[in-house]
Write a protein that binds this ligand. Structure first.
Ligand code: NAP
Length: 317
């Protein structure tokens, strides 16, 4: 079902997740096949069921009144590591689900531009921002760049690195520091900024991309990476409890072995095929769009009662 967005609406009786009454009595759902038409960077929902006249869906983005008198605004989501792999697939999926996007990346400007083009092709607005998530200054600039598009309603914390495959005994301190800086400090910095912005508005949704490694430990491959992902799971649970009363949901997706460029970067491009043959119960690696679907669901009102959960999407691993 096509989602309506944000976290404070979509509940009969006009109450938000925090139980407080919101403007408008009811946020109607879009009928399957409902079509969005973009005009002057605003969105009109056409072909839907309509609903109570004057109902409002407030996601902080640009808004327009439909023929049915329903004001619909678009969610605006920051995706870190949106240029390639799972992040890129997530950007495209979110765009087709009605999100505008702030696409963060580290250095691959060409990949960021290609993903942004696919996002715009899907009818969404998109800004690309080169920002190292381990840098406090860059993270602040990443979120500040959203201002021309509206208020940030969602964060997908996805940018991650592993360093070379191997045993901990053979890892350099530089690699350990970098993995912790990007995978943990980076997630904390992005969560902190999102928490400040979203709590101030009483709504929002964060999805942290974790890993099945968090519970497997990944001996002989990258226990340091696994440790950062276990920390991400703890961050997800703790922050969900902190922000629940503020109307902000925090969840995680824990992928198994997914076919992206990450495996070549860690030194074994054939790793997904080897894992499929030896240890993935479903007998194949996952695809980036299968993770994107889980992320999009957790951001959607369909998941309005889900917070503090780590959703494992790993083929049984
Ligand atoms: P990927 O294909 O290697 O892409 C990594 C993305 O992160 C790129 O967009 C990259 O930007 C960006 N990035 C890296 N370091 C960054 C930094 N310091 N600041 C900002 N952006 C940075 O990786 P992936 O496989 O899609 O993984 C995405 C997430 O899923 C990671 O958190 C990873 O741990 C997790 N995960 C992956 C798998 C898997 O099997 N692939 C399994 C479990 C969990 P550039 O393009 O500019 O380099």
């Amino acid at each position: 079902m096509a989602p309506l967005w944000g976290s404070r609406h979509g509940r009969p009786g006009g109450r938000g997740e925090d139980g407080r009454r919101r403007r408008g009595a009811y946020a109607p759902r879009r009928r399957a096949g409902a079509r969005e038409v973009r005009k002057d960077q605003a969105t009109t929902v056409t072909g839907g069921d309509g609903g109570a006249t004057g109902a409002e869906v407030d996601t902080g983005g640009p808004s327009r009144q439909s023929a049915q008198g329903v004001t619909v605004s678009r969610p605006l989501t920051v995706v870190t590591g949106g240029s390639r792999g799972i992040g890129a697939a997530t950007c495209v999926r979110l765009a087709s689900d009605g999100h505008d996007l702030v696409l963060g990346y580290a250095s691959d400007e060409g990949a960021a531009a290609r993903t942004a083009a696919a996002v715009r092709e899907a009818g969404a607005r998109c800004v690309t921002v080169r920002a190292d998530t381990s840098s406090e200054e860059d993270v602040e600039r990443l979120f500040d760049s959203a201002a021309p598009l509206g208020r940030v309603t969602g964060l997908v914390n996805n940018a991650g690195v592993t360093g070379p495959l191997g045993r901990l005994a053979d890892a350099s301190a530089d690699v350990l520091r970098r993995v912790v800086d990007v995978n943990l400090l980076g997630y904390l910095l992005c969560c902190r900024r999102a928490a400040r912005d979203m709590a101030a508005h009483g709504s929002g949704s964060i999805v942290n991309v974790s890993s099945a490694a968090a519970t497997l430990g990944s001996p002989g491959e990258y226990v340091h990476y696994a440790a950062t992902k276990a920390a991400v799971d703890a961050l997800t649970v703790g922050l969900s409890k902190e922000l629940g009363p503020d109307g902000v949901r925090v969840n995680a997706v824990a992928p198994g072995v997914i076919e992206t460029g990450m495996h070549a970067a860690m030194g074994d491009p054939d790793r997904p095929a080897k894992a499929a043959a030896t240890r993935i119960p479903l007998g194949r690696p996952g695809q980036d769009f299968e993770i994107a679907a889980a992320v999009s669901w957790l951001l959607s009102p369909e998941a309005a009662y889900a917070t503090g959960t780590v959703l494992r999407v790993s083929g049984g691993l």
